[in-house]
Design a protein around this ligand. Structure first.
Ligand code: ZN
Ligand code: ZN
Length: 392
């Protein structure tokens, strides 16, 4: 009997938890109902919990002393109107679990049950970290749920920390854990290019910010192709450009927004400088600019030895061909704050539902619920092995 077999026995319960949470989505730092469901369920299992960590987060401890291994789940939803016509459809208009955090929470409850019921659990502590607000970084205090959990010492004393994220494009039954940098640092920028408005037929009497913007976009795109080492992994994307009101009017200014994705801190700082340099070009034409780059989460670094341990568990439980390293993705994740605190890794859990493309953060996002017991089995077994590896 493996922990995956045990997980399959509670599949019905896992689906129930997931659907309950899915039907009642809540935004970051507002997960009061979800948090209550988690707290009540853990108390019923007889597990000791601490509530109100990072506001709506919960920390639960099974066992005590060293070694200590953490497992994290995020609980927040997104401001998206669900378009799926399913019995477990979101009951709150405008809100939806469109990233699968409902599944993560249900999976961690399943892990809690299995580990709590384990007769031969190794010495040490398994710490369950139910964190709020992965999606939302709060301007007022500069925190997401993950960084606030770290600041409030929820990860102190951990020898390792692990997590999983469902992947709606990966087949069910497959898991991936990438060594080293696996997800990027997602920074954003907003910029204004300032010219001087005038009649469209008399451009020489003003300074056209739309023309200047075209030069800047070209320079921004050359950062990756001409200024940085081509083997580096990074992205500069311009996501919006707004300027002008009429075909025969040159406006005063153009506003651009975009995102910068990098892994290494050196690349991050250097690309920020090159973005600044691209905008500064408008000063040569007599124009001006305002640029605000806002730093997002750090890049997610998977400790290679933790990553390998999870992959080995995946190979044993699912078969060699269903557990692999995959490749880095330029998306971001605030679990990155936790792997800065303790060596850790995040596993991608195959959760593809059907032939439709159901991207994360889209109104038709959904997962195959067969992934739930797989997530429980692999995470629980990995946590137990990490305890043993650290002398438990
Ligand atoms: Zn997301
Ligand atoms: Zn997510």
């Amino acid at each position: 009997m493996t922990l995956l077999d045990d997980a399959k026995k509670i599949e019905k319960q896992l689906v129930e938890w997931r659907r309950d949470i899915h039907m009642h989505p809540e935004l970051g730092f507002e997960e009061t109902r979800t948090s209550r469901l988690v707290a009540d369920t853990l108390r019923e299992m007889g597990i000791e919990i601490e509530v109100g960590v990072a506001e709506t987060g919960i920390v639960a401890r099974i066992g005590e002393g060293r070694p200590a291994v953490g497992i994290r789940a995020d609980m927040d939803a997104l401001p998206i109107d669900e378009a799926n016509d399913v019995p477990y459809k979101s009951q709150t208009p405008g809100l939806m679990h469109a990233c699968g955090h409902d599944a993560h929470t249900a999976i961690l409850l399943g892990v809690a049950k299995l580990i709590n019921d384990m007769p031969d659990r190794p010495q040490g502590e398994i710490r369950l970290l139910f964190q709020p607000s992965e999606e939302k970084w709060r301007e007022s205090d500069g925190h997401s749920g993950g960084s606030l959990m770290v600041e409030q010492k929820a990860l102190d004393g951990l020898d390792a920390v692990i997590a999983c994220h469902v992947a709606s494009t990966m087949p069910v039954g497959e898991v991936q854990v990438t060594d080293g940098f696996s997800l990027a640092a997602p920074d954003t920028f907003t910029a204004k290019i300032i010219g001087e408005g005038t009649h469209g037929a008399k451009p020489h009497q003003g300074l056209d910010p739309i023309w200047m913007q075209a030069q800047v976009v070209n320079a921004l795109q050359a950062i990756r192709s001409r200024r940085r080492n081509p083997t580096e992994r990074s992205v500069v994307t311009i996501g919006s450009i707004h300027g002008g009101i009429a075909p025969n009017v040159i406006p005063n200014e153009v506003v651009l927004t975009g995102t910068i994705r990098t892994f290494e801190e050196e690349a991050r700082d250097e690309i920020h400088k090159l973005v600044e340099e691209a905008f500064a070009m408008v000063r040569h034409f007599g124009g001006d600019y305002e640029l605000n780059i806002s730093k997002g989460y750090p890049a997610l670094y998977n400790d290679p030895s933790v990553a390998e341990l999870i992959r080995n568990v995946g190979s044993e439980l699912l078969g060699d061909e269903y557990s692999n390293e995959g490749a880095p993705i330029m998306a971001g994740e605030d679990f990155a704050f936790m792997t800065q605190k303790a060596p850790g890794a995040m596993m991608r859990l195959g959760a593809k539902l059907d032939d439709l493309n159901r991207p994360h953060h889209s109104p038709i996002f959904d997962i195959h619920e067969d992934c739930l017991p797989i997530g429980v089995g692999v995470l629980a077994e990995s946590a137990v092995r990490l305890l043993k590896q650290h002398g438990g």
